[in-house]
Design a protein around this ligand. Structure first.
Ligand SMILES: [Zn+2]
Length: 507
């Protein structure tokens, strides 16, 4: 395993946690060591690695400036993993009071092969209350030869009493640049050649966890060999470019709004990262634009990634304007308020083709949940039945506001189920404990009714304040567009109501 092989052997090799290793090294160099340490932080950021180096440093007979020598018998025994006095315990599987009592009984005995006994308790937040209390007693009066290093990814679950007995160190997510440096070093040593863009993709994907980054590097190399391309890395990471970004780019260039909206909706319904998909679409357009402007000869385009699209566009140089408008509008789409919503992308498509829309429409469309809609849910049901078609978000019908709320509640747990509540269905009935949703597509209906049922019933219950039973039914498409109104749901619905023809999803 690459990670084990390149695990840091000294504090100076620990990546991205300088604030911690500097303090520890100084304390060790001056003999100011504590009996209990608490290492907290996200997974894979170096807690266990640092704990093992600390265990070595606490026992090393040739400590230099706080760094273990990695050559003396103590250091070697720990490095081989057979030092009896370094006890590593996973609190996730030894979480009971008996486990801690047993540990406490053994602590009383003098160390056998090292100078000091070091107890490393990983995932310490998993201990039961009884076990924590037993541990606390030991931490209050540790034998002089005993040292504790507690590690946790969930600091808030560690009792304050335990925390107060420990010197606490908070491990940070490792910055991408530091991850890339380390991956580059390991790749160099191993003889791998990975493009910088590929390293960056790995670093981003590992979200600050160096261990995950190294594991990903290993998987990429195992699958694509020692010199993977950026595309290989993206494929291994599951970040393959969705071909629908080319279809959307083509629809924008052809100024086919209905097709563009249909693609935006399908992508959202599939739970894709819409911001990323939008960036992909911008990249497609940016790659074809210069060739259209210059009129690059066909012979020079052989093997181009978007050859098909370029061939379609070559004879229509008038579309340069459409390409430029599409890039400009897509770049403006702001997903920060509501990353799962397709609305900013839909608005950008509409603006690209119809010309910039009024600002309030964009603001309303991109708005992520607020007081207005929560209030709207509480409008009495008899008023709801006669509410006029919504003209703005504040005037949404209570049913629409409720669906929007439900979508937002479900989103964190299951973005795919949530996506199916977002513009793909409407409330048929909300009466007593019955919630009946009507769906436009049988696939969405079946998925929500089965896989999504527990989640939808739970979250709907939370919103409405009483238990809810979900019922579903299939709606006719014609029924939906007349019921929905122009601004109630997806722009795709609106486009269809205006006579647009939907296109089929290609993959
Ligand atoms: Zn040593």
């Amino acid at each position: 395993m690459l990670y084990g092989k390149w695990r840091p052997r000294g504090f100076d090799e620990v990546v991205g946690q300088d604030h911690i290793v500097t303090t520890l090294r100084n304390a060790l160099a001056t003999g100011q060591v504590a009996h209990a340490y608490l290492f907290s932080g996200p997974r894979g950021t170096g807690k266990t690695t640092t704990a093992r180096i600390l265990a070595r440093a606490l026992n090393c007979v040739n400590l230099k400036d706080g760094e273990p020598c990695n050559a003396c018998p103590s250091c070697e025994a720990i490095a081989r993993g057979n030092a009896l006095d370094l006890v590593e315990m996973d609190a996730a599987s030894n979480r009971g009071i008996e486990d801690i009592r047993e540990l406490r009984d053994r602590i009383a005995f003098a160390p056998s092969d090292l100078a000091r006994k070091v107890y490393l308790l990983d995932e310490v937040h998993m201990l039961t209350t009884g076990a924590f209390n037993a541990l606390l007693k030991t931490l209050e009066e540790p034998p002089p030869h005993a040292f504790f290093i507690l590690a946790t990814t969930e600091l808030h679950l560690v009792p304050a009493t335990v925390m107060s007995r420990c010197q606490r160190y908070d491990f940070h997510r490792v910055p991408n640049e530091a991850i890339i440096d380390r991956l580059g070093y390991i790749a160099g040593q191993e003889g791998f050649k990975v493009p910088h863009e590929g390293m960056l993709a790995i670093a981003v994907q590992s979200r600050g966890g160096l261990r995950d980054a190294i594991t990903l590097l290993e998987q990429v190399v195992a699958r694509y060999g020692e010199e993977p391309s950026t595309d290989d890395v993206l494929a291994a990471l599951g970040l393959v470019h969705d071909e629908r970004s080319e279809l959307l780019a083509a629809a924008l260039v052809d100024e086919d709004l209905a097709a563009a909206l249909e693609i935006a909706r399908a992508v959202a319904d599939d739970g894709l990262d819409i911001e990323r998909f939008t960036r992909d679409t911008i990249n497609v357009l940016r790659e074809v634009l210069p060739h259209i402007v210059r009129g690059t000869p066909a012979a020079d385009l052989a093997g181009h990634r978007y050859l098909g699209m370029l061939e379609r566009l070559r004879e229509r140089r008038g579309n340069v304007r459409a390409i430029a408008a599409a890039i400009a509008e897509l770049a403006k789409a702001d997903f920060r308020l509501d990353p799962a919503s397709p609305v900013p992308l839909e608005v950008a498509c509409a603006s690209a083709i119809l010309g910039p829309l009024e600002a309030p429409v964009a603001a309303v469309a991109a708005g992520g949940g607020g007081a207005a809609e929560r209030q709207a849910v509480r409008v009495p049901r008899n008023q709801a039945a006669t509410a006029p078609a919504a003209e703005s978000r504040a005037n949404m019908t209570p049913e629409q506001a409720f669906l929007r709320d439900l979508y937002q509640h479900c989103r964190d747990t299951d973005i795919k189920i949530a996506g199916m509540l977002n513009g793909s269905c409407e409330v048929v009935e909300m009466n007593g404990d019955v919630l009946e949703l009507g769906f436009y597509y049988p696939f969405h209906m079946d998925t929500v009714a089965n896989k999504g049922r527990a989640l939808v019933e739970e979250q709907a219950g939370k919103i409405l304040g009483h238990p809810v039973t979900l019922r579903v039914r299939q709606l006719e498409r014609s029924q939906s567009s007349s019921r929905q109104g122009p601004k109630g749901g997806h722009l795709a619905e609106a486009a269809k109501a205006m006579g647009a023809t939907p296109v089929k999803k290609e993959n």
